[in-house]
Design a binder for this molecule. Sequence first.
Ligand code: COA
Length: 342
Amino acid sequence: MKTSVVKGVSCFVPEKVVTNQQLSQMMDTTDEWITERTGIKERHMAERTSSTSDLGLKAAKNLLAKIQFPTQDIELIIAATVTPDYYFPGIGVQIQQGLGLSKIPAIDIRGQCSAFAWAITTAYVYLRSGFYKNALVIGSEIHSRMMEYSTRGRNFTVLFGDGAGAMLLESHQYPEGRATAHNHLRGVIDHEMGSDGSGAELLALKRPGFAKGHTEFFSVKEAEDGDDRPSMEGRQVFRNAVERMLQSANTILLRNGISVADIDLIIPHQANMRINESVREKLGVAPEKVFNNIQHYGNTTSATLPICMTEAEEQGRLKAGDLVLTLTFGSGFTWGANLIRW
Ligand code: COA
């Protein structure tokens, strides 16, 4: 079996910043409420001239330049988003086109806030088997265009931001075997994925769509009523997020015969600082072992992990050889984790 090694990670975040103060001028909210309940201070917003695939393409190009990897050598693209340019096709083929690659497969993954972790796992499976030599994984979101900038949408709008990230994974055959939590070989060591459809209604964007009870993808009346907005039962999502992220962490630790003390850095999904603090406290780890940047980005769904990883590297908190644990939770419900020797 081959090992799937992280060759590099990068991101692209739009320049424009929207602060809590600015949101409080558009809806009945305050900087204090948002900061206290979520930890978020600001988020980024894409210009009208950019699409989700543009952001993903920029992240991919940043990555390829950073690691000096020849674009034409990419063998597989795995893309993730909840905010695609089009209902179909997905952004994978648009990014492929933007990179000038005309034949390689471009897969889109729908795992919501767990999608990047799932995409790493999907790449890991293909690369481990030797099916492809490398995979470019991309997460990109323009949430700002599905938000309602009024009091009706405040419980959702304050939480989300725009951004994109990319990672390149390469298949590698070590003479010693494959990367495990007990050797120093770099690569993806283990993963955890799970779903619970009983939570599907609790965090969703239901319209437009092809659900029963409708005769159209989206009606004029629905458009007038502003029904093309996400909905969320915040408290239930919060509770499930803590529970599932904790479970994923414990499953990975147990299965690999390690304790949380062996992990150099935990990179959790950034949905709410209180979720991450609760998981951290329950795992019994020090704050410096958990990477958070939700203050500056809000929740960027599929782009969250690569943005965190890029910043963690830049800040010297993530180095080659470190043992990293990612933890995600999202709409579905979906959850995931990756154990990686960076
Ligand atoms: N500003 C001010 N008040 C707000 C608000 C905002 N942006 N959003 C909601 N409120 C109000 C509510 O209307 C409610 O008022 P009421 O008591 O008069 O009805 C009150 O604040 C409390 O709302 P509630 O939803 O119970 O607050 P909460 O403590 O659960 O925090 C969330 C709300 C959304 C921050 C929190 O539930 C959360 O983060 N959940 C998980 C979200 C998540 O992770 N989503 C993505 C998963 S990938």
